[in-house]
Design a protein. Structure first.
Lengths: 725, 725
């Protein structure tokens, strides 16, 4: 994930399709990676910085609130404990995960692998709908789009980056920073791109740079997934709500060289789950928080949510609602897309609601004024910091002018078919690969290229009818948003309608065939130029405008914001030191907390649900229908088995799939969601209402045993060893 | 229209369906009828109040800016001129119209009668798609849903209303005001409900009450409509844009007692159209402006647009996009619904964009502070006015809590099928008709009942597939917005899914049959109670909650706002006298202006388009495809015939169909749209950018002659007389 590059995305890899999101439970606003501690809770709860009582904070492992942990919980994690957590808590796609046996077994959320499940599904083997269990290692199914990253080491490189960017501003700053980061990554990674990944993460908005080296596992196989209907029981209506009954779990296995990977460092299960009052930890990879944006940036976020993001997602939802009534396989693709769209929409609506809360603005304004006053009061600091707020405010004007076009053209939101993203990767590949690493578009960096190539060549299935419909809609939106007289709209549409174009393009293109994509990738510039595939032609035709827009956006927005943010970080360190946690950036963090309910409309929401509650909520009509196996199992799973539970951990999208562990390093839960109050967590942590939602280990073990007859998997979880190995 | 009653609607008649809007070009925000002059342009252009130079203002005929008209244009309208305008400019549905011959010929926009066109369309006679021309009076087709209202007289009744409401607040105020208004209407109307309509209009937010008597024409027949493709050429992409080429015109005729109505008072056409620099008038019925809302109300409007209205409309747009690909007749219904949805969405997006303009807030705040200071400075005034701003702000908190539920349950947005609205009318009819007029729900007042009954009994066609799909979607939204555990959601859905319910209800209901509806209406309470139609059962089941919500909303929001607004009006009259125009309320107004282009991205937009431009814009793909007849006509219509043109008139939704006249009382244009800058017109008039868009009479006459071979109609327009009578 590293820092997301901008407002509409410029996503780190080129396969993102607007309406078919990556399998992240709570996709974040794609705003300039903001890395600054919360200003809100400070005013909100009036506690001192770093209080673990408030459960606030997504802490880096090298800067835990040790004093508070010790005084409140008598807990002092040692180096071994931290090293264990660092290795056993891993990243998968945009989600978190954990290693849970010595045989490379990895646990994450079902919703983190739905794309893989959909791709593996066939009429005969409907993996997503009916679930899947591999009884033997050789039955495990490859998830070609997934890779698992395990953090091996990290090193502070702030001094090197600062030396390279000293005194630069604007585009020059950005180019120098890109170059030094690429160089550091390359030196770290050397020629081991297939098994290592190095990247420089920006913390505290440029206050700190950290070089991270990951072990990269690219052969990831599906071991077990329950049925969609129980994994996402309650569907969109219950999403971000609690009480809740979701068996939102999937088991994967890491393979290398045709063997499961040996993983002596892993978390063993604690079947009893979390105890009342017990200190609990969530190691995970929260994707992005925006707690340190300036007021001007927050205003722009609100306006974009209201005028662009939410209307687009809402339209897509209406489209998917009807597409999901079509015959198979279109139905399955539409349902998958709808679940992503609905999830994203709920996140955005929660964020927008938070941004219509007057108290939030009062807090943000107060903190901004306090920092400005701090700078004004110290002439030497003032000379170095200048007025970053004004620079950032000017960049917001550029955002306002550019973001629609950037989203539609530079990011390809107007061409919502995977064919387009494949074509763009193919067209850009030879151009970018010819450049030195530090000068390429970020998604073609040496550390990203292996994944780019693997995804391009993977035999990912798609449904032509679904893609045609979605493409027609996105072309219609292009014309609707930019108007029929916009030069790119005129160029793309010519005398044809969106429907005519979508039909012709999807019919004529061969980019849905992995072999054709591999041929073009391997054929390089010559093959690319010779191709008359309609999507290749489209990408070539709009490439000058697309690149120009992206460059303009990077120069006028991203570079300005990034450089100004460094000066803001300087001011904030001067005021607060490192007593705060940085904004989430998709890298490993640790949150602390305990079991805790909350008050909703005057009533106490209890911390746990049980199997009995699931049976009461079952109506038989989706999304409130237990799958056949559960109905067949009758009372085999006891009514009092705990199902889901809530804690006060500070989490955000990207934390999905995180293990919840106790101080003994046993996992006691699997984080999969937050309550609806947690959606404002992008901007502030509210200790009174913000809650994380997890799957209880008991329901995982009990259902594996009694519903799925997966005795071997139960034993592997309990002992760390698969029985027959 | 009178004053719209609230934020989400509580529309004046019970037939409104969320996604099948009334045929008004620019549907307004349904916010408490705000009746206060613009504060913005005052700051914006720095001119004195009432300057006709600024072209701002929707003036009542009894309070024209006479001094400015005289000094700037040497124009002094006399009583005869005004009386002529008052009779010849009429209302039709939510639109404006004009009488244009002595034989009761009425001209309005095509988009104002699309619902009628859709209802008249059959496979053999696709009126909407292919257009229609009645060559003989007996061929004219009845538009059963339409009535034309012609203002006969008005009388100031402020003193009577104020006497009845003196000293009252909250609900008591509202009830007393309702009662006295109903009484005044009844006295005026007596027993002539079939041909007269009386209503008390609230101007200046309660500063003035006017009793208006209308002649009511209920037998309205279609004479001519061009093809959809030329009436709405450019479709949604060109909507609210200019340059433009829309033949957005339809001709109707008033009938009574089996004969066309004699209308000696009418506007004759001026075929040359408007002259450069010439003073031009738009008499029409602007629906609603919100120029006098308080800052707290505007904030709530913005939040609701962003979090409720636009997301809902966007979803509906995605749904309609796909539904419009189905087979006929579903396709036609979906296209009709989509065009309404897209139009509404563009309006709302324009409004929201305006509400994200910092300058607007600065202006509104400055004016509010100035008025507060004025009140503070005059103790006697202060004693009478109090703090209406604070009362209104509190009412906004109630809006925030209630508006979603009111929209979905009290207004029926969750049950988006005409069956539901029919059922509610049927269930409420006997209850309300048993009460005295002033105590009924407004939509059952004596003055509304004839239209209610006519609509209920009209054989309005509908498409079961379309209704089922839309209903399923709206039920899904109900659950999504209020959550599965909301008591009404539980009660309505029970153990069934939205899809199951929608299918069953639409299949089992007989309310799509006019005869069944008539039977239940005429059968009264006994028939209603005996009916086991699923929609009747649904309405009965949720009636207690629906009524309770409506009452709560009226007491906590509408009554508070209405009473506080009266005190605001008092303060404003004290400061400004009557030198300003009231906010639009759907009643007759006069706007002034001239031909004027504007600057767009540094380039001058010319005032006129011509037939040559239409031919250039024709691509052959909808919505940029001229219909067959136009293609067949070749060069019969000269390339230089003017098509559409722009003027600086201050108009808003509801002005659609307004004639534009010169000082001789000849019509020189037919208003049908505004440019996109005009969408902020709800909140302020911007003389630099805000433009009205009209059809030129030349293209109407030339196309009638050379494309539609409608020589008789040309003669009737030119001479005021149909040739064969």
């Amino acid at each position: 994930m590293s820092e997301a590059s901008n407002a509409e995305g410029l996503r780190p890899h080129p396969f993102h399709c607007p309406a078919a999101a990556r399998p992240v439970k709570r996709r974040m606003l794609q705003v300039q990676g903001a890395v600054w501690p919360s200003v809100v809770s400070l005013l909100w709860v009036g506690t001192l910085l770093g209080s673990v009582e408030a459960a606030e904070g997504m802490w880096t492992l090298d800067n835990l609130p040790r004093t508070a942990l010790k005084s409140a919980h008598a807990f002092e994690p040692d180096a071994a404990w931290l090293a264990h957590v660092q290795r056993a808590a891993v990243r998968v796609g945009g989600c978190s995960a954990s290693i849970v046996s010595e045989q490379g077994l990895v646990m994450t959320n079902h919703h983190c692998v739905t794309r893989c499940l959909a791709e593996l599904s066939t009429r005969e083997r409907p993996v997503k709908a009916a679930g899947f269990l591999a009884r033997k290692p050789q039955d495990e199914l490859s998830c070609t789009g997934l890779e698992v990253l395990q953090l091996q080491s990290e090193r502070d490189v702030t001094a090197q980056v600062q030396a390279a960017t000293q005194g630069l501003t604007g585009e020059a700053f950005q180019k120098a920073e890109d170059a030094v980061r690429a160089q550091l990554s390359r030196e770290c990674q050397q020629d081991q791109a297939a098994t290592k990944r190095c990247e420089v993460t920006v913390l505290y908005r440029g206050g700190q740079y950290v070089l991270q080296q990951y072990e990269r596992y690219s052969d990831v196989r599906l071991v077990w997934a329950p049925e969609d209907a129980i994994a996402a029981f309650g569907g969109d209506p219950d999403n971000f709500n609690f009480p809740r009954w979701c068996l939102d779990v999937a088991m994967l296995r890491l393979w290398r060289n045709g063997q499961p990977v040996k993983t002596p460092v892993h978390f063993r299960v604690e079947p009893k789950g979390p105890m009342a009052g017990e200190l609990l930890f969530v190691p995970g990879h929260p994707g992005q928080t925006l707690r340190s944006l300036t007021v001007a940036q927050l205003e722009r976020v609100r306006e974009r949510l209201a005028t662009q993001s939410i209307p687009a997602a809402s339209e897509s939802r209406g489209l998917m609602h009807l597409l999901s009534q079509r015959a198979e396989p279109t139905r399955t693709w539409a349902l998958q897309a709808m679940s992503n769209v609905e999830n994203g929409l709920k996140v955005q609506q929660g964020q927008l609601q938070a941004l219509f809360t007057p108290a939030l603005w009062a807090m943000k304004l107060a903190d901004e004024q306090s920092l400005k006053a701090h700078v004004q009061g110290k002439p030497a600091l003032r000379a170095r910091v200048g007025d970053p707020w004004a620079d950032i405010e000017r960049a917001q004007q550029s955002r306002r002018q550019l973001e629609q076009e950037v989203g539609l053209i530079a990011e390809g939101g107007a061409f919502a078919a995977p064919h387009f993203q494949y074509a763009r990767t193919l067209v850009r590949g030879p151009v970018e690969r010819a450049k030195p690493d530090g000068q390429r578009l970020r998604e073609f960096s040496d550390s990203s290229l292996p994944m780019v190539e693997r995804r391009l060549k993977a035999p990912t299935p798609m449904d032509q009818e679904f893609e045609r419909e979605r493409l027609e809609w996105s072309l219609t939106r292009l014309r609707s948003v930019l108007g029929p007289d916009h030069p790119v709209v005129r160029q793309v549409l010519g005398d044809r309608s969106p429907a005519q174009l979508a039909r012709a393009w999807i019919q004529e293109s061969r980019l849905h065939e992995a072999a054709e994509r591999a041929r073009l990738w391997d054929g390089g510039a010559a093959a690319v130029q010779a191709s008359n595939d309609p999507f290749m032609a489209l990408v070539r035709a709009i490439e000058p405008q697309a690149r120009a827009l992206r460059e303009r956006f990077e120069a006028q927005v991203l570079a300005v914001e990034r450089e100004a943010a460094q000066r803001l970080a300087l001011a904030q360190f001067d005021r607060d030191g490192r007593s705060r946690y940085p904004d989430a950036t998709g890298t490993l963090r640790l949150s602390f907390g305990t079991l805790q309910g909350w008050q909703e409309a005057g009533a106490e929401v209890p911390t746990h649900t049980t199997v009995a509650g699931l049976r009461r909520r079952h109506t038989g009509a989706a999304p409130f229908a237990m799958p056949e196996r559960w109905l067949g199992a009758g009372a085999a799973v006891a009514a009092d088995v705990p199902f889901n539970f809530v804690t006060n951990h500070d989490i955000i999208g990207g934390n999905s799939g995180s293990p919840m562990i106790n101080r003994q390093g046993r996992w006691v839960g699997l984080v999969f969601d937050g309550n609806r109050h947690s959606l404002g967590g992008s901007f502030f942590y509210d200790p009174v209402l913000n809650r994380a939602v997890s799957v209880h280990p008991a329901v995982i073990l009990e259902s594996l045993k009694s519903v799925y007859a997966a005795q071997d998997l139960v034993q592997e979880l309990l002992t760390g060893q698969a029985p027959d190995r």
